[in-house]
Each structure stands twice: as C-alpha cells, then as structure tokens.
Design a protein around this ligand. Structure first.
Ligand code: FES
Length: 170
C-alpha cells in the first residue's frame, strides 16, 4: 500500500515537472520571438546581429549569454556621445539591458528618448547614461566587434577596446 502511495507521488512529481518544463519552453519561445527582431546567429558565447535593417529610435532587444542586449539606432538629431557605436553611417547604443541599480530591465520611451526603470524610478538617456534616480552608473556596454553591417557580441573589437581604454566600460 505504502509503495503504491509513493509511486503515485513520484508520478505526480514527474507530471508536474513535465508541465513546468513545457511551460518553460513556451516562455523561452515567446521571449525569443519578442527579443530577437533583428537577424542574429548565436554560437559558442558569441551573438552576431545584422543591424542593417534597424529603424531609428526603435529599441531592439537581443540576447547574449542569457542577458538582454539593447540595440538602439540613434536618429540624426540625437546628441552624439562617446559611447556611440558606429556601424556604417549610423550611430547605435549597444548596452546590456539591465538597470545598474538592482538589475531590472528598463523600458524605452521613444517619445522621450530615454529608458525608465519601473522598479525604483531610475532613468537613463539614449546613450545609456544614468540621468535620474538610484542607478549609480551608466548601462554597461558588452564586448562587441563591428563587422560590416554586423555586430558581434562577445568579441572585443578595436572600437570596444578604445572605449575600454577611455574608461567608458563599467
Ligand atoms: S533596479 Fe532600476 S531603479 Fe532600481
């Protein structure tokens, strides 16, 4: 009798685990669809993103090593910044999309050209500088390399090294 009861509980546990796994896959799929609007290829710690189709002032949220990566093509009239990543004729903000206060994902307000963090009200401008609230530092720039119209995340290209030497990388 007891054996049966144990077997039943084991089965319930497995069934619940299976449900959780299926839910997880569904969630991952949904995240992949909304997080990956630009063509990208991920392999061995690198993510290559083709930014040639990026629209100005539209935030693309990519994924690199499990982290959200903000890719924002700047409009002509957005202020030039030393953190701008130049790809062809265009300027981009490339940053890890985690608030430097406690790690929430800030939302981009395209009408205001700024990121707002819902957790404690922190704000960042379109270059990733903290401009309001508790965030202690700018959004972090991930290692990147510019390769034609593509960005390779995870590789330290000359542009990234220059920023690093200038102390712009947290
Ligand atoms: S986590 Fe963003 S303001 Fe606190």
């Amino acid at each position: 009798m007891q054996e049966n009861e144990k077997g039943r509980r084991d089965f319930m546990g497995m069934a619940l685990g299976a449900c959780a796994a299926v839910g997880g896959v569904g969630a991952l799929y949904a995240a992949k669809r909304s997080w990956d609007p630009l063509p990208s290829v991920a392999a061995a710690g690198f993510t290559e993103i083709d930014v040639s189709g990026a629209q100005p002032n539209v935030l693309n949220v990519e994924k690199w090593r499990g982290k959200p990566i903000f890719v924002l093509k700047k409009t002509e009239d957005m202020e030039k910044d030393e953190r701008d990543v130049i790809v062809g004729k265009d300027r981009f903000l490339i940053a890890i999309g985690l608030c430097t206060h406690l790690g929430c994902i800030p939302a981009y307000k395209d009408g205001e050209h700024k990121f707002k963090c819902a957790c404690h009200g922190g704000e960042f401008d379109a270059s990733g500088h903290q401009i309001f609230g508790p965030p202690p530092s700018p959004l972090v720039i991930p290692p990147f390399k510019v390769n034609g119209t593509k960005l390779v995340l995870g590789e330290e290209g000359p542009e990234y090294k220059k920023m690093k030497d200038a102390g712009l990388i947290a």
